[in-house]
Ligand binder design. Structure first.
Ligand code: NAD
Length: 269
């Protein structure tokens, strides 16, 4: 049984929730008393993860949803509403990375990353908001909360992942525009922009000493973040503790954006 209750009676939906940051957000929301729909395209992992949360006494459900497919996204909202009667919190978390030299990027790969990381965030937010606007506002006039998963790469560029940084930059602006469009309807929209977090993506970095040194050399706290550290920011934004947060991106990044770091300079320059 849960003891924390900041989100009791709330219904939440997290995309890309089969593992990593999405799963940590789902667990953190459920740990505060929310009923949580976890969605992902990786159904086996999704079902395993959801089973593990249920075994901890959390009230969760799973559904296969592709965030780039409007009908699939709308089915997720319908599922949450059918099961629990409403939708209060949507976390647009699903994301993919494609690393490639700029000159070699294929159009299909660029489209694939934008489809999940930018269009998916839009479709998730729009479908959630269309449900939330129909709901009776609470005593504070709030009808729902939307949280978009951005990245420090919304503002820091890396040339080997052009489609990713382009999409995340878009998420920062989408978050602001969406927040302005929805705040008078009682829906708060914000984003989280993590630095390096120890998920599956990071494992390849962690196992490569050179890459690991490169990441840590620009991470003042001296370690990667844990997914649970992002989950706690997600709970904050979803809760009344963040009642005056609108259109913001919060960066849990271990100090990365505060750092004016140096790059190697050749002796000749
Ligand atoms: P992850 O790869 O561990 O998890 C992403 C999940 O999204 C996977 O379960 C995957 O199956 C799912 N997914 C992929 N395409 C999908 C689609 N079309 N529809 C639905 N689900 C889909 O990644 P993560 O590290 O947990 O990252 C989660 C989010 O956090 C992403 O948006 C990522 O860009 C962002 N982020 C991660 C880091 C980091 O260091 N890990 C840093 C900054 C931002």
């Amino acid at each position: 049984m849960t003891t924390a209750t900041r989100l009791q009676h709330k219904v939440a939906w997290v995309t890309g929730a089969a593992q990593g940051i999405g799963l940590a957000c789902a667990e953190a929301l459920a740990g505060e008393g929310a009923r949580v729909l976890l969605t992902d395209i990786a159904t086996d992992k999704l079902n395993t993860a959801t089973g593990q949360l249920k075994a901890k006494g959390l009230e969760v459900a799973a559904l296969r949803v592709d965030v780039g497919d409007k009908a699939s996204v709308e089915a997720a909202v319908a599922h949450a509403v059918e099961r629990w009667g409403r939708l209060d919190i949507a976390v647009a978390n699903a994301g993919i990375v494609h690393a490639c030299d700029f000159l070699d990027i294929e159009e299909a790969d660029f489209d694939r990353v934008l489809r999940v990381n930018l269009k998916g965030v839009f479709l998730t937010g729009q479908a959630a908001a269309r449900q939330m606007v129909q709901q009776t506002p609470d005593a504070d006039g709030e009808r729902g909360v939307i949280i978009n998963m951005s990245s420090v790469n919304a503002v820091l560029a890396i040339p080997s992942i052009v489609s990713y940084v382009t999409a995340k930059g878009g998420v920062a602006q989408l978050t602001k525009a969406e927040a302005l469009a929805l705040i008078d309807k009682g829906i708060r929209v914000n984003a989280i922009g993590p630095g390096s977090v120890a998920t599956e993506v990071f494992a390849s970095v962690a196992n490569n000493p050179e890459k690991r040194r490169a990441v840590l050399s620009r991470t003042p706290i001296g370690r990667a973040g844990e997914p649970q550290e992002i989950g706690r920011v997600c709970v904050f934004l979803a809760s009344k503790d963040a009642s005056y947060m609108v259109g913001q991106t919060i960066y849990p990044d271990g100090g990365r954006l505060a750092l004016n770091y140096t790059v190697p300079v050749s002796e000749a320059s």
